[in-house]
Design a protein around this ligand. Structure first.
Ligand code: IMP
Length: 191
């Protein structure tokens, strides 16, 4: 069985990947603690490529990375690529977004995920992108998930990501949709 390194230290993401990649015949390993990859590119795609490429080269194994975030229309797409750095923790990031949207009528937003898989020599072999549309609500709702989940109400079912169980979130989330698109390619590589 071949190794596949997940280029992330985000525990919320790791849980989601384990479920979503359960059909792939690979050993999913976390990015080594000692390895730091700076997310300093200007697009989600370039950040995903940088993470997967550096982790694959440094571990000499296949690596998968995603760069994801939330883009809010009335804030000109912010927090966008700065989603994980918009404030010092999830609660403060949520408070900042709600404050910035205070008094604004347009609450439209989308989550986006760019995924990249690299071969052990750092070459990009698979890419994928997907979005999930919704609205930013006025007060957090729900206890599950991570990040901006409690304030993001998904369009088709009216629940926040934090109110959904894993199965529901996986049926509509940006990351799950981007990952599902590349499952056939992953099955081929890891067959
Ligand atoms: P990344 O690790 O650089 O991709 O950071 C993504 C950041 O975007 C996370 O730290 C969260 O703040 C936010 N984010 C991405 N996906 C989700 C999600 O599914 N739910 C909630 N927040 C998310």
């Amino acid at each position: 069985m071949r190794n596949l390194y997940l280029a992330s230290k985000n525990k919320g993401k790791i849980k989601e990947y384990k479920k979503l990649l359960s059909t792939i015949n690979c050993k999913l390993l976390l990015q080594p603690e000692s390895l730091e990859v700076e997310e300093n590119c200007l697009t989600f795609r370039d950040n995903a490529i940088k993470k997967a490429s550096e982790v694959s080269r440094k571990t000499n194994n296949f690596a998968i990375a995603d760069d994801s975030g939330i883009c809010i229309e009335a804030l000109d797409g912010k927090p966008g690529i700065y989603s994980s750095r918009y404030a010092e923790n999830d609660q403060k990031r949520i408070e900042r977004v709600l404050k910035e949207l205070n008094g604004l009528k347009n609450r439209s937003a989308f989550f986006i995920a760019n995924i990249c898989v690299c071969s052990p020599n750092g070459e990009v072999i698979i890419e994928s992108e997907a979005k999930c549309h919704g609205n930013i609500i006025f007060r957090p709702r729900g206890k599950g998930g991570f990040g901006y989940d409690p304030i993001f109400e998904e369009t088709s079912n009216g629940l926040t990501f934090a109110e959904m169980n894993n199965v529901m979130k996986d049926s509509c989330s940006h990351r799950a949709k981007a990952l599902k698109k590349i499952i056939p390619d992953l099955l081929e590589i890891f067959s």
